[in-house]
Design a protein around this ligand. Structure first.
Ligand code: 5RP
Length: 223
């Protein structure tokens, strides 16, 4: 199977998961990225069941709206049953690296509101120890050099993402060369650096459910 066929398969499985478990009229959080895009295209078929969606990025909001799916402001939502999103890496403890698409801060905010985080990805994203994928860190523009120096002290090699500005008007430092054996500790440590908006480690709020597309089918893991 091609990578896109795997993404399509897991997107379909996530649509079925939502259709089976999210009460009619409830709110669905929707992530960002190529796998999330397949999921958005799939949920067009069940949009009548949804009370509305909350998007984790401007690009996701536009794709949802393009399908005629209602997009709500998070501040107008009291509760969200399920959040579905991809990941760049996920470890056996269901901690993730996210932010390859630069939407990490809004993703983390939307995920914080959701009862259940459903991660959708293909088997290549499941790793014993995270860090091969560079860890994205969103920073306030005037702080980027300071934050880069502090990240280097933690053993990483930060590189400014060239020509990229987040939906929040900030910059991304991609930190190479980390071996993340303590995801919660590192998430907390990086978030304490002045100038960091947030980092792409989703360890304090990891995935509750992982739908993993493998050639033999879509496998389900629970936290
Ligand atoms: C975007 C993300 C994505 O979920 C992550 O990058 C995975 O993307 P893809 O499904 O394209 O591999 O965190 O900020």
């Amino acid at each position: 199977m091609t990578q896109d066929e795997l993404k399509q398969a897991v997107a379909r499985a996530a649509r079925d998961y939502v259709a089976d478990r999210l009460p009619v009229g409830a709110i669905l959080g929707v992530g960002t990225g190529s796998t999330a895009n397949f999921f958005i295209d799939e949920i067009a078929a069940i949009k009548g069941r949804l009370g509305g969606t909350v998007a984790s990025s401007e690009v996701t909001a536009r794709r949802l709206a393009g399908h005629g799916i209602r997009v709500l402001d998070l501040n107008d939502v009291d509760a969200m049953g399920i959040y579905v999103d991809g990941a760049d890496e996920i470890d056996p403890g269901m901690s993730m690296i996210k932010g390859g698409g630069g939407a990490l801060t809004r993703e983390k905010i939307v995920a914080a509101v959701a009862d259940t985080f459903v991660c959708i990805c293909d088997a290549s994203k499941r790793v014993p120890v995270m860090g091969r994928f560079p860890l994205p860190v969103e920073v306030i523009p005037m702080s980027s050099a300071h934050v880069a120096r502090e990240l280097a002290k933690l053993g990483g090699s930060p590189r400014l993402r060239d020509g990229f500005v987040t939906d929040n008007g900030n910059l991304i430092l991609d930190v190479h060369g980390l071996s993340i054996t303590d995801p919660v500790g590192l998430e907390d440590r990086i978030n304490q650096i002045v100038g960091v908006v947030t980092n792409g480690l989703f360890a304090r709020r990891g995935a509750d459910v992982l739908l993993l597309a493998a050639p033999e089918g879509v496998l389900t893991f629970q936290r």
